[in-house]
Write a protein that binds this ligand. Structure first.
Ligand code: CTP
Length: 419
């Protein structure tokens, strides 16, 4: 390693403020139309605010029959636009439409889709849609027969063709008591779609392919048992989300984890190291970066039993021979900018710097997995980044999403340097 890798820790700059919240600084126009699902728009509005967005709400008169403008005024601190014939509001809609970074219509009724498809503007929501150049994300909610009606299908096709994005509807129990497609997508999914949409529009990783690995692997002992570890996959998933939010095409190769699928991310589920290696070989053949956040098992049973091992056959002890697994990142020939992790319990710097060199990494993200707030299953991480050129950056305790952004900031710096 280069000589100054043991220099005194210099505090890292931390992520730039706009990275603290995924929708920070974004102006989102939220259009609400007259569906019983309108009550969920309050939750959506709150989640958008929590994600850092500046939300301006527009409602149709029908929507106000289900939920009052006061709810949204309280949530956003802004007046809600409803009345087409109030002079001040008519001007307001044009302003809302002009300054919006995106228009989200949730819930969107069949009637709303019909108006949107045909350029009609009977209310302030559809009028705003006509007056904006911003991307439009539509979350329909209606009875399944209305959703499946040929007229609605045709309207959806027209809107998709025109570049309108859709999230949902999902299948489930509808207000009528029937089962089928027509439920409003869940607010976290709508927010995630919006993040992906905005990232694709102006993110600094647009046109880049980022591959991330996450989670543990399970190496089979027999059909019901495995050798594994405590990784939950949260760090890798957070990096994948951050890359998606910055417009990257993201492939996430995930070991067995219980984390939900994230919109806008191509997820490949694998079980053991052999599968993870094969998936990553394919994914990194044309990638701009590989970020190896997974915790692949270093060893696997020499052979897996075909049938469940019975304890009677083993008497008082059972010997399982373990053999070394391939080191995935060391085996992968390229992948673009190469980033590894070093999960340590002691001698962090020495081990991290050794791994940086041995695995041919551009930088390595080291953390003490026994430290409070860091390590498996936490929402936060405190990391030190060791660079191939000997630099070392020490960061405070941050959310894993923020750590994801600071890793991507450094990946981007490498990509720019390579161009
Ligand atoms: N890694 C890998 N393939 C393996 C094991 C680890 O690609 N079979 C990667 C991890 O994803 C991580 C880096 O190598 O990016 C370091 O992993 P870590 O578990 O900290 O170290 P190991 O190399 O496994 O060494 P040790 O267990 O001895 O600390």
């Amino acid at each position: 390693m280069t000589s100054d890798s043991n220099a005194a820790p210099a505090p890292g700059p931390g992520p730039s403020p706009e990275h603290h919240l995924p929708l920070s600084g974004r102006r989102i126009a939220l259009g609400i139309t007259g569906s019983i699902a309108a009550y969920k728009a309050a939750d959506l509005c709150s989640k958008l605010r929590q994600a850092g967005a500046d939300v301006e709400v527009i409602m149709t008169p029908a929507a106000t029959e289900f939920i009052t403008p006061l709810t949204f005024k309280s949530l956003t601190g802004r007046d809600v636009v409803v009345d087409m014939f109030a002079a001040s509001e008519a001007e307001a809609h044009v302003e809302v439409a002009r300054r919006a970074d995106a228009l989200v219509i949730a819930p969107a009724t069949a009637n709303c889709l019909a108006s949107l498809a045909h350029g009609q503007a009977p209310d302030m929501v559809t009028l705003t849609a006509l007056a904006t150049a911003a991307p439009v994300l539509v979350a329909p909610a209606m009875d399944n027969q209305m959703w499946e009606h040929p007229a609605t299908r045709a309207n959806v096709a027209i809107l998709r063709e025109r570049g309108v994005d859709f999230v949902g509807p999902t299948e489930g129990r509808l207000a009528t008591g029937r089962m089928g497609p027509g439920r409003l997508a869940e607010p976290p999914d709508i927010v995630a779609h919006l993040r992906a949409l905005l990232g694709q529009r102006d993110g600094d990783l647009v046109g880049r392919h980022v591959v991330v690995s996450a989670g543990p692997t399970q190496e089979p002992v027999d059909p019901v048992r495995f050798v594994g570890n405590r990784s939950t996959g949260k760090m890798g998933f957070a990096i994948a989300e951050a890359a998606r939010d910055r417009g990257a095409e993201v492939t996430l190769v995930a070991g067995p984890v219980s984390l939900p699928h994230q919109p806008g991310i191509c997820r490949i589920d694998v079980t053991n190291v052999a599968e993870m290696l094969a998936a990553l070989e394919t994914a990194t053949s044309k990638s701009d970066a590989i970020i190896m956040a997974a915790a692949p098992a270093d060893f696997r049973p020499a052979s897996a039993a075909d049938q469940k091992i019975k304890k009677e056959a083993s008497d008082q002890s059972l010997q399982i021979e373990l053999v070394r697994n391939p080191d995935i990142i060391a085996t992968l020939p390229g992948g673009g900018v190469r980033v590894g992790f070093a999960a340590e319990t002691h001698n962090i710097e020495r081990y991290a710097v050794e791994k940086l060199a041995a695995k041919r990494l551009d930088f390595i993200v080291a953390n003490d997995v026994t430290a409070e707030g860091s390590g498996f299953g936490t929402e936060t991480n405190q990391v030190i980044i060791f660079h191939g050129d000997g630099r070392k950056e020490v960061f405070p305790l941050l959310s894993k999403y923020e750590v994801g952004h600071l890793i991507l900031d450094r990946v981007l710096a490498h990509l720019h340097a390579a161009n």
